[in-house]
Design a protein around this ligand. Structure first.
Ligand SMILES: [Zn+2]
Length: 452
């Protein structure tokens, strides 16, 4: 018996001897699909190119692209269509748009000490793209309006950027797409360090360069945008040293840097006319409530929407706006989408608040307070009560908010169900004047929910 027990223990002993693994960082909650990240980034890059002066110098372009592509080829970078362009601007800045377009300013290339530091900034930016931080932040900030926005964009075939501008999401200063939280920063440092190491650059240079820039902030404003977009999560060098301990030991590139040559080229560029910095684009179109709430014809027939993990029926004279790759759909009559907001219809999606499993009451509370804080004027009208959807017990919470229709308030019925993949939720949105009429339709929709 003793021998058997010893044998049984052996694999466990081996397991503890194995190389320790870094905790894997995964992209967080997101209402956009990867394809929509790419589309948004493409549109935004086209806007940026109108506002900044792109350097057309073959040596300089090849240099930045060469480092960038080596990093982008690492598995941690994901399979986004990365591109790397140099902006003729002496500000110390760099940024990446969702889906991969990356811009590096000549000022940053002048401030770096060697190739590894340039690689450090690029790897950090690539990590933001791979972790989808921009659209993750935009999703969290616009849980209700965004699904309708995305639906509206698909509906009109119009630009995504134009749709997002109506929510105040643009490319200007403090944009949620470009200004990151400290949590996002430490994630980008870790993943960036892994990407660098894979490409043969010493990851510690990432942290050193950020700290060097931090130390220079007092010396003028050429830096402020970059450091406010990438706030210091604290102890960058120590954090990256921690990551390095998990990485296989290896020899890093020590060849003499090409950077010095590039800096000479930059100094020889014809003086750039002062370009507007970082494409400051003001948006925030005013939302005039001039559209009257529609009285919809009664729904006589229904059809089924099949999501990846759920099905739900909706009136045949409504549309389903969704992307088969993302776990959400907006179901609405055409008149239900008003100036990029949803005024009438339903949003079906998942909320993924954390990594501690799903808890119906706790996560419903978290979702409700997120909705209240992010939607002007939204508040709970009736506390959560038990409700069954798809044969599974859930909660029904009645909220009220401003309506995009003229002279209306809005009723938002939130139904939440705990599922293994996250908190499944449906928000039924209706102008108060239509609330009573809409009950049979909404009831039928909720009764039709099935989980697969
Ligand atoms: Zn960052």
């Amino acid at each position: 018996m003793k021998i058997k027990a010893a044998r049984f223990l052996l694999p466990i002993a081996f397991a503890t001897l194995a190389w320790p693994q870094l905790p894997k960082i995964k992209p967080g909650f997101n209402l956009f699909s990867k394809q929509q990240d790419i589309q948004l980034g493409r549109e935004a890059a086209a806007e940026i190119r109108k506002k900044v002066k792109i350097v057309h110098n073959r040596d300089l372009e090849n240099y930045v692209r060469g480092i960038g592509q080596k990093l982008a080829a690492q598995p941690e970078a994901g399979d986004y269509p990365y591109s790397f362009e140099v902006v003729d601007d002496k500000s110390i800045n760099a940024f990446a748009l969702p889906g991969g377009p990356t811009f590096v300013y000549t000022g940053l290339l002048l401030a770096a000490e060697d190739d590894a530091q340039v690689a450090g900034v690029l790897a950090h930016e690539i990590a933001h793209v791979a972790l989808r931080h921009g659209t993750n932040q935009a999703s969290k900030a616009n849980l209700i309006q965004l699904p309708a926005m995305i639906a509206g964009g698909l509906l009109g075939g119009g630009s995504m950027l134009g749709q997002l501008a109506r929510l105040g999401i643009g490319l200007g200063a403090n944009s949620v797409l470009l200004k990151f939280s400290r949590t996002a920063e430490s994630q980008a440092d870790q993943l960036g360090a892994e990407i660098m190491a894979g490409a043969g650059y010493n990851p510690i240079e990432l942290a050193r360069f950020f700290e060097k820039l931090e130390a220079q902030t007092g010396k003028g404003s050429a830096l402020s945008q970059f450091l406010s977009d990438h706030p210091n999560p604290g102890n960058r060098v120590q954090a990256v040293e921690n990551v390095i301990r998990f990485l296989p030991k290896r020899q890093y590139i020590t060849q003499t840097s090409d950077l010095v040559k590039m800096q000479a080229i930059i100094r020889g560029l014809p003086a750039a006319a002062a370009a507007p910095s970082n494409a400051s684009k003001e948006n925030g179109l005013s939302r005039a409530n001039s559209v009257e709430a529609p009285t919809l014809p009664p729904a006589t027939s229904f059809r089924e929407y099949r999501g990846q993990k759920f099905t739900i029926s909706y009136p045949s004279n409504w549309q389903a706006y969704g992307d088969s790759q993302s776990n959400m759909v907006t179901l609405a009559p055409e008149q239900g989408l008003v100036q990029g907001a949803i005024g009438y219809g339903a949003i079906v999606s998942y909320y993924l608040p954390g990594s501690n499993g799903v808890d119906l009451k706790r996560d419903t509370r978290a979702l409700v307070s997120e909705l209240e804080s992010k939607n002007h004027g939204m508040r709970v009208a009736n506390a959560s009560r038990r409700f069954t959807a798809g044969g599974v017990p859930g909660l029904l919470t009645e909220l009220t908010s401003e309506s995009p229709y003229a002279n209306e308030t809005e009723v938002d019925l939130l139904i939440t169900v705990a599922r293994p993949e996250g908190l499944f939720y449906v928000v039924l949105v209706v102008p108060r004047s239509q609330y009573r009429n809409s009950q049979p339709v909404f009831q039928r929709m909720l009764e039709s929910v099935r989980f697969s």
